[in-house]
Structure formats: C-alpha cells, structure tokens
Design a protein around this ligand. Sequence first.
Ligand code: HEM
Length: 104
Amino acid sequence: MVRNIALSEVEEHGPNHQDPWIIISGKVVAFGTYKDEHPGGEDVILEWAGKDGTKAFNDAGHGSSAKSDMQKYIVGEFEGASDVAAASSETAPQEGEKKECSIQ
Ligand code: HEM
C-alpha cells in the first residue's frame, strides 16, 4: 500500500541498510532486490540511498522502460513531494517527527 513517508524514515534506509530507499520524483523507491539487477550498477544506487536522487535518475538518461520498471519498486509517497522537484535533498522540509506510521 502506498503511504506517506517522512524524510527521517528514508534516511534510515541509507547505503548500509539491506533495503536502501531513494526518493525519485516524489516517490520513495525501494532497492532491496533491484540494486543487484540495476543495469547501471549498484554503486549509483548506494550513492543516493536515503536521499533524493531525482536529478541523478533523470540525468542518467533512463528510457521509458526504466521509468515504468521503477513503478514496481515504489513503497510510498515522500511527505515533502510538492517541494521535491525544485528542492535538493539538503533543503527538503522536515516537518516535525511524524512517527505514527513507522514500522521498525
Ligand atoms: C527503480 C529505479 C531504476 C530503474 C528501473 C533503472 C533502470 C535502468 C536501466 C534499465 C538502465 C539501462 C539503460 C536504460 O535502459 O535506460 C539504467 C542505467 C543507469 N542507471 Fe538506472 N534505474 C533506476 C534507478 C537509478 C538511480 C536511482 C540512479 C542514480 C543515479 C541510476 C543511474 C543509472 C545510470 C548512471 C545508468 C547508466 C549506466 C551506463 O550508462 O552504463 N538508476 N538504469
């Protein structure tokens, strides 16, 4: 199910997490299985794990099949989605500590 995910939770799924997450175009994408299959390699996935990789994803020149494949790995909506297009990961808003949906 798609749910809202806060930046703090995305950051927990960084490069050392078994299921790294990356924010791409306002969606939170899980790379637990796909990082090993990614044609562009695992390194770029780990580089952006826990962060907003929208620009890197777009700059990589992914084709339409890569974009549709990505949909399969979406685990939720990033809470700051409306600001993501313009903002970098450093400036993305962190509205309080919303932990109510957290599954640790
Ligand atoms: C679920 C999300 C993703 C999917 C489905 C995906 C899929 C693909 C595919 C199919 C290719 C081969 C070229 C193509 O057909 O476009 C590729 C290449 C590449 N991907 Fe991704 N990708 C994803 C996420 C990312 C992310 C987050 C990055 C971060 C930078 C990235 C960076 C690259 C790069 C740099 C290449 C080029 C590799 C080369 O030219 O040798 N990808 N990806």
